[in-house]
Design a protein around this ligand. Structure first.
Ligand SMILES: NC(=O)c1ccc[n+]([C@@H]2O[C@H](COP(=O)([O-])OP(=O)(O)OC[C@H]3O[C@@H](n4cnc5c(N)ncnc54)[C@H](OP(=O)(O)O)[C@@H]3O)[C@@H](O)[C@H]2O)c1
Length: 203
């Protein structure tokens, strides 16, 4: 398969690119990094990217920003930013991709465990991740027979210090283990699935 990994130079994306490259032709996408430049916040950029690459078999998204702030400090701009970037950015990539790519295309999106577990400062991320899960289930139904859409929901990545304080007490998981869920979402005949990959032991 010819697979574009948007965010393929990031912490999770790098491991996904390495794993998928053993079996597939992989292109790396990003705003400025990689082989294919695309900005998931910009519908015009997304349309241009699909027009330039109509032969993609799959698009994996391992990108998406959300603000982490206490609820009392989240501004209107913060909410708009999180919704526009991580939620609508991935929605746009599926909606536009379904129009441009050939039948059988596969989309694999990224959410995170804050859909199910909650931390201080994570309310925007929880909203966005839950929205992505609902979107994937609904889009998979509408795109049945035309395209597959799945979602990987990772826990905090081992060694990524950026979120370590906010996720104090949570078990982290290696990016290599997380990458296997993307391979599974791509390779197995699944659609509308949320593949959770986190090491919670308290449930
Ligand atoms: N790290 C974690 O512990 C963790 C845990 C659970 C879930 N997640 C989720 O997993 C996803 C990836 O996280 P990460 O930590 O691996 O990311 P990261 O290391 O911060 O890398 C982000 C990647 O996305 C690309 N990117 C950023 N903005 C973009 C845009 N507007 N359009 C296209 N590409 C863009 C960047 O490349 P350019 O700079 O070239 O654009 C970069 O390659 C995020 O949605 C995050 O919420 C992360």
């Amino acid at each position: 398969m010819k697979v574009l990994v948007i965010g393929g130079r990031g912490v999770i994306g790098s491991a996904v690119v390495e794993l998928l490259s053993a079996q597939h032709q992989v292109l790396v996408g990003g705003r400025s990094s990689g082989d294919v430049q695309v900005d998931m916040t910009d519908p015009v950029s997304i349309e241009a990217m699909y027009q330039a690459h109509p032969d993609l078999d799959a698009v994996v998204v391992t990108a998406g920003h959300v603000p982490f702030k206490p609820l009392s400090q989240l501004t209107e701009t913060d909410w708009q930013d999180g919704l526009n970037h991580k939620l609508l950015g991935q929605v746009r990539l599926v909606q536009s991709g379904a129009r441009h790519l050939k039948a059988g295309a596969v989309f694999v999106l990224t959410s995170g465990l804050l859909e199910r577990e909650h931390i201080s400062g994570g309310s925007c991320a929880s909203l966005v991740n839950a929205g992505l899960a609902a979107f994937v289930r609904s889009a998979a139904q509408e795109l049945w027979g035309q395209a597959r859409v799945n979602l990987v929901s990772p826990g905090p990545v081992a060694g990524d210090e950026r979120g370590a304080a906010a996720f104090a007490g949570f078990m982290s998981i290696s990016s290599e283990q997380i990458a296997r869920s993307y391979l599974r979402a791509l390779s197995q005949p699944l659609s509308g699935k949320v593949l959770e990959v986190f090491a919670e032991v308290t449930r």
